[in-house]
Design a protein around this ligand. Structure first.
Ligand SMILES: [Zn+2]
Length: 405
């Protein structure tokens, strides 16, 4: 019976996650179990390759393993143990997506192979694990202490998407947690990704001072995605400026992250000193500043409609209404960010807006320019975004399933 396979999201606009119970993936895993149960894993490698020919054409296995990478990584790891020929295909796919983390059991670079040392006890520079790491296309780096990254520079020649899982402290979103301000990450410094995803970064100050993230990194990327959090306590804004060179940037996505459709988000409203700010127009100042400082590129704002209705003074939640409210406040803010006429006292002491015709024209020109900036923004629901855009590295698959149901 012919089986229709879903398409890996990297290559398609439409993605339907496939469970590991799908007939094709079940077949592969079943075959894997059978082979392992025959103890072939303990045979000499050459004998394994001879006894275990590939069950399907390489292209087919490549596609199935790519799906397993998303749906059943343990199953994919088991496929690596079947035979040398299966290992050759499955292991390189298993390492397409890796994580670099100070938490040892999460760090994909951990190497426990007994032959990783030379005869004199030194670690080899080109171990099998290091060769596999060079397959990485999506690399996630967790926040860490600056002394941990040290000089562990490693280039990933196939790197496409770099995901930076930031930590929010009193200074804003940081990659180097609990450290001095000026030190930049050597793990990130030498990388040249096409796309960077800032994950778990604070809404109120992402564009400000991203400690540990060199602006040089942003000067070469084509796509930036900010994935904001629902963290309860957020610090005040910190302004660290914007990268001087974003000439290669082609797209910016700002996702207001909620794990499922029934959760609402609110922007940062509590400073480190405990002072609250409760006006949307103030809370989105950094987003406004970011948008005004970007080159002429498309901007996608995703899931603004899940904005908490109580926060904006509405009685009932409605996605369309929430998105419209957000868009309206953002537009006002973008216009206010341009030139505005001053207020002066007239001879009677009454405060009036500057009526100089030159300044009136200047304000009108700036308003027209600000409106053009706003027109570059597309507002999308999370479902629309997941179905029609490449969201690799941005959401977990279980979250995507919750939205696509
Ligand atoms: Zn670092």
């Amino acid at each position: 019976m012919p089986v229709s396979l879903p398409v890996w999201p990297r290559f398609a606009v439409s993605y339907v996650p496939l469970s590991s119970s799908h007939p094709v993936t079940s077949y592969i895993l079943h075959q894997t179990d059978l082979r392992l149960s025959h103890s072939s894993a303990f045979m000499p490698k050459k004998a394994q390759a001879r006894l275990n020919p590939l069950p399907l054409p390489t292209e087919m296995l490549d596609l199935i393993f790519s799906i397993l990478l998303d749906t059943d990584r343990k199953g994919l790891a088991k496929c690596c143990l079947v035979s040398q020929s299966m290992n050759h295909i499955a292991a390189s796919i298993l390492y397409r997506r890796i994580r670099v983390s100070p938490i040892a059991h999460l760090d994909s670079r951990a190497d426990h192979a007994t032959d990783r040392f030379t005869a004199t006890g030194k670690q080899k520079t080109n171990t099998r694990k290091k060769k596999l790491l060079k397959c990485a296309e999506i690399v996630t780096i967790d926040y860490h202490h600056a002394s941990w990254c040290g000089n562990k520079t490693f280039k990933y020649p196939k790197l496409d998407t770099l995901v930076l899982r930031m930590n929010v402290n009193g200074l804003g979103p940081v990659l180097h947690a609990h450290d001095i301000l000026e030190k930049q990450c050597t793990l990130v410094k030498c990388l040249e990704p096409r796309k960077v995803v800032f994950y778990e970064s604070c809404f109120t100050n992402i564009s400000g001072d991203m400690l540990g993230v060199p602006f040089k990194l942003l000067s070469s990327v084509e796509a930036i995605t900010f994935v904001c959090t629902l963290t309860g306590v957020k610090p005040t804004m910190s302004w660290g400026g914007y990268p001087n060179d974003m000439s290669r940037l082609k797209k910016l996505v700002w996702i207001f992250h909620t794990p499922n459709p029934s959760t609402r988000w609110v922007p940062g409203a509590v400073s480190v000193l405990g002072r609250t700010r409760s006006h949307l127009s103030q809370d989105i100042m950094v987003l406004t500043g970011t948008i005004r400082n970007l080159p002429d590129i498309p901007i996608l704002i995703v899931n603004a409609g899940s904005l908490d209705h109580v926060y904006v003074g509405e009685n009932l939640w409605d996605e369309t209404r929430g998105q419209e409210k957000f868009a309206s406040v953002l537009k006002q803010n973008i216009i206010r960010g341009g030139y505005r006429r001053g207020v002066r006292p007239d001879p009677s002491g009454k405060w009036v807006t500057d009526q100089d015709p030159v300044n009136i024209q200047k304000e009108l020109d700036e308003e027209a320019m600000s409106s053009k900036i706003f027109e570059r923004i597309t507002f999308l629901s999370m479902k629309d975004y997941l179905m029609n855009h490449n969201w690799v590295g941005e959401l977990r698959n279980d979250e995507a399933r919750a939205w696509l149901q």
